[in-house]
Design a protein around this ligand. Structure first.
Ligand code: PMP
Ligand code: GLN
Length: 378
């Protein structure tokens, strides 16, 4: 067998969550909440099931949900997407990303990706015959050097993938960053894939700079999002992709033969739940409190950090504790101390190691305090 992904093994999320279970350790690795989704929402799902929404959904998604997504774009970003042709409900953001890449990337096409990059981008490019070109964000502030991006662009560059707020670093692109990107792609055929799954988790009064706010980006960008992240139910795997009609036309051709359609009762429930925008507007305050509780609790430890700007991940440096590689240190932290994290080097080309770990703080206060108590003793 000739492997299409010879260098790909099991993802770090599976690896670390498995290790967490084996050692009965506190799992701050894989990004999922350990508290329940709103009972109002789960009730809407069971109502939808009881009301007979148990067969295939429409291929593009339940229209009422696509309309609700369009309303959200209008409210938050004063911009419009057509529910009939510019919004598709997907099986999580992961499927949206894979489908978008498959729809546009073929042999020898180049795709620019910013490291540390979330793990599903590069394999999707490779499997389709393309070449991922990594650009390293600076450490520890995770800024982009836009001259480097300009120099990386050539006639083979077909796509640039951005992720703001960024997983795993918790950094964001500023308005100026987005304007720089807009300037670089304006007169080109480059498609932008903007992964915005953490759009509602931005802290300290900052606002999310969605690609749809910049006209020169919006016209060439596919945006991906995840209800699992927004509504604390990562196991439901429902998200969406939206973009201009001519790009979505190609996206839909691939979508219909990968999943065809997505979980029907969950879509019905989400459409109803989205009628109340407070269900996502409370998120910055909710998660900022968790971030601050966790950081306050580990402020006396030997881990060093800058408060994360966004996402529900905090990266910390363990430079003062150990000079071991981050994958070894993360394993030791699990097996010896019982707290599980994600080592950041796995998201960098050549596993560039800054001796940093990512902790997920989408956990109950009790879990965060218990983990902090251990981290303080290391
Ligand atoms: N993009 C990023 C940056 C993520 O962190 C995740 C994980 N939630 C995804 C995409 C995938 O989202 P989903 O679980 O909806 O497939
Ligand atoms: N997005 C989640 C994280 O960053 C992981 C999802 C997965 O396991 N693939 O932790």
């Amino acid at each position: 067998i000739i492997s299409k992904l010879p260098r790909v093994g099991t993802t770090i999320f599976t690896t670390m969550s498995t290790l967490a279970n084996e050692h009965n350790a506190i799992n701050l690795s894989q990004g999922f909440p350990n508290f329940p989704s709103d009972p109002k929402l789960t009730e809407l799902v069971s109502n939808a099931m009881n009301n007979g929404y148990n067969q295939y959904a429409p291929m593009l998604g339940v229209l009422q949900l696509r309309e609700a997504i369009a309303v959200k774009f209008h409210k938050l970003y004063a911009t419009s997407y057509l529910p009939e042709s510019e919004i598709v409900v997907t099986s999580g953001a992961t499927q949206a990303i894979y489908t978008a890449i498959s729809a546009f990337i073929g042999p020898d096409d180049e795709v620019i990706v910013f490291d540390p990059a979330y793990d599903c981008y590069k394999p999707a490019v490779t499997v389709n015959g393309g070449k991922a070109i990594s650009i390293q964000l600076t450490h520890p502030d995770y800024h982009v050097n836009w001259n480097e991006v300009q120099n990386a662009i050539n006639e083979r560059t077909k796509m640039i993938i951005i992720n703001t707020p960024q997983n795993p670093s918790g950094s964001t692109f500023s308005k100026e960053d987005m304007q720089q990107l807009e300037r670089l792609v304006k007169d080109s055929n480059i498609i932008v894939l903007s992964d915005e799954v953490y759009e509602h988790m931005v802290y300290d009064g900052a606002t999310h700079q969605s690609a749809c706010l910049f006209p020169g980006l919006k016209e060439r960008t596919l945006i991906t999002a995840s209800f699992g992240k927004t509504f604390h139910n990562t196991g439901w795997k429902v998200g969406y992709c939206c973009g201009p009609q001519e790009l979505m036309k190609e996206f839909i051709k691939v979508h219909q033969f990968t999943v065809f359609c997505v979980n029907h009762p969950v879509q019905i429930a989400l459409a109803q739940y989205l009628e109340d925008d407070t269900h996502y507007l409370y998120l910055p305050e909710f998660f900022q409190k968790k971030r601050d509780l966790f950081l306050d609790a580990i402020s006396g430890s030997r881990f060093t950090f800058k408060p994360t700007k966004a996402t529900y991940f905090q990266s910390v440096s363990y430079d003062a504790i150990s000079q071991d590689g981050d994958q070894d240190f993360a394993k030791e932290l699990t097996t010896k101390y019982g707290v599980v994290s994600i080592p950041l080097s796995v998201f960098n080309a050549n596993q560039l190691d800054f001796k940093a770990l990512r902790f997920c703080f989408a956990k109950t206060d009790e879990t965060l305090l218990k983990a902090a108590e251990i981290l303080n003793k290391i």
